[in-house]
Design a protein around this ligand. Structure first.
Ligand code: MN
Length: 203
C-alpha cells in the first residue's frame, strides 16, 4: 500500500486573495506531491508502509536508521500538509467557540493570546518549519514550533492546528513578509475543524 496525495477540498483559487492559486498549485501538487513520492520511495518493500503515517511519526525509533531521516522529513511533510489543507477554508476566519474556546480561555489566556502566540511562534522559527497548537501529554493545550517537517506527533503531542511557515507557502505573494502571510492565514482558518479535532483527542 502506498501513501497518496489527498485531493484539496476546494479549488486552487478558493483562498484568494489571502493565498493565491499559483502558490496553492505549486504547494500542493509539487511540494506535497514530492513528500508523498519520496516517502513511498523510502518505505518501498518495508512493512511500515502499511501503517498510518501518524503511527510511524509517533515512533520514529522503529524506523530503520538508513531511512529514518527520509521518513521523518517526507512522512512529516505528508502528515503536516494533509492536516494543513483540511484547516483552510474559503469560509474560514473568525474565532473558535465551544469547548475549544473554553480551553483556550482556561489554559492559554484566550483566543487573542493564542493568535498572538501562534504568530510569534511562526515568526520566531528561523528558516523553515511550522507553528502549532497541540494537545500536550498533560492533556492541556500548548503552542510550539517545529523545524523543517518535524511533527508534534513525534513529541508525543496531538496536533490540532499547524501553520506552514516555509517560504514556499507564501513567497510568491508575500515575499519576505511572513507576518502578513500569518495574518492572512487567520482569515482562512476553519476553527470548526480545529474544534472537532480537539473534541476527538481530548478524551
Ligand atoms: Mn509546505
Amino acid at each position: 500500500m502506498a501513501f497518496t496525495l489527498p485531493a484539496l477540498p476546494w479549488p486552487m483559487e478558493a483562498l484568494e486573495p489571502h493565498i493565491d492559486a499559483t502558490t496553492m498549485v505549486i504547494h500542493h501538487d509539487k511540494h506535497h506531491g514530492a513528500y508523498v513520492a519520496n516517502l513511498n520511495k523510502a518505505l518501498e518493500g518495508n512493512p511500515l508502509a502499511d501503517k498510518p503515517i501518524e503511527a510511524i511519526l509517533a515512533d520514529l525509533s522503529a524506523v530503520p536508521e538508513a531511512i529514518r531521516a527520509a521518513v521523518r522529513n517526507n512522512g512529516g511533510g505528508h502528515f503536516n500538509h494533509s492536516l494543513f489543507w483540511k484547516l483552510l477554508s474559503p469560509v474560514g476566519g473568525g474565532r473558535p467557540s465551544g469547548s475549544l474556546a473554553t480551553a483556550m480561555d482556561r489554559e492559554l489566556g484566550g483566543f487573542d493570546t493564542v493568535k498572538a502566540e501562534l504568530i510569534k511562534a511562526g515568526l520566531g522559527r528561523f528558516g523553515s518549519g511550522w507553528a502549532w497548537l497541540s494537545l500536550g501529554k498533560d492533556g492541556k493545550l500548548l503552542i510550539s514550533s517545529t523545524a523543517n517537517q518535524d511533527s508534534p506527533i513525534s513529541e508525543g503531542q496531538k496536533p490540532l492546528l499547524g501553520i506552514d511557515v516555509w517560504e514556499h507557502a507564501y513567497y510568491l505573494k508575500y515575499q519576505n513578509r511572513r507576518a502578513d502571510y500569518l495574518e492572512a492565514i487567520f482569515k482562512v482558518l476553519d476553527w470548526k475543524v480545529v474544534a472537532a479535532r480537539y473534541e476527538e483527542v481530548k478524551g
